[in-house]
Design a protein around this ligand. Structure first.
Ligand code: PAN
Ligand code: ZN
Length: 191
């Protein structure tokens, strides 16, 4: 018999509604406002001004009830609103899984980018509805809305992998994504 850290949950069906991009039954929903993203945008003055100017919701994450526990396989839908802060496209905080394990993203609506960094190398994947982005173990990842409508994707990840947000503050993400005249412009992280 397999040893679980927490009692395993019973098999159940999760309804994925593509129209509303929701999972039911629902687990917790997390809302990230501009004020939650301190230290992440290159232009700190522009970030501060956006916090003062209504502190908009940048993204939200709706989870299913599968717990973030070892051997479980939780899922969530992230919705990133369209927008820029001093030209930098709105994005998630980004994290590394301290217990290096893989993860998949499936694009649902809108268009986005999956930026990955392993401390040395940087990769960018364009994600549109139907694209599965694979995040290999050891690659920190951040999602970016590259369009002018909400960008939504489903994430499926190992429940025991953990989420380290300090890693991104320490190592950066290799590149930053800006709205350019001809589409997304990737610039050096410090530039
Ligand atoms: C995703 C992310 C979600 C929000 O479910 O957690 O998109 O991004 P941040 O966690 O960086 O704020 C995932 O990668 N889970 O492992
Ligand atoms: Zn992740």
């Amino acid at each position: 018999m397999t040893e679980f850290q927490t009692p395993p949950i019973d098999p159940f069906a999760i309804r994925f509604d593509a129209e509303s991009a929701t999972l039911s039954p629902e687990g917790p929903t997390l809302v990230r406002r501009m004020s939650d993203l301190e230290g992440l945008f290159a232009d700190a003055d522009a970030w501060r001004a956006a916090v003062a100017d209504g502190d908009p919701v940048v993204y939200s994450v709706q989870s299913s009830p599968v717990p973030e526990a070892d051997r479980e396989l939780p899922q969530s839908i992230t919705t990133i609103q369209p927008g820029t802060t001093a030209g930098e496209l709105w994005m998630t905080k980004g994290h590394q899984h301290p217990d290096h394990q893989g993860e998949i993203y499936l694009g649902i609506s809108g268009t986005g980018g999956l930026l990955m960094h392993d401390g040395e190398r940087t990769e960018w994947l364009d994600i549109e509805p139907g694209t599965i982005g694979y995040i290999p173990p050891g690659w920190a990842h951040r999602s970016i809305n590259t369009g002018d409508e909400a960008y939504r994707f489903l994430a499926v990840y190992p429940g025991g992998a953990g989420h380290d947000y300090g890693w991104v503050l320490e190592h950066g993400m290799g590149r930053r994504a800006y709205a350019g005249a001809a589409g997304v412009e990737l610039r050096p992280f410090g530039g």
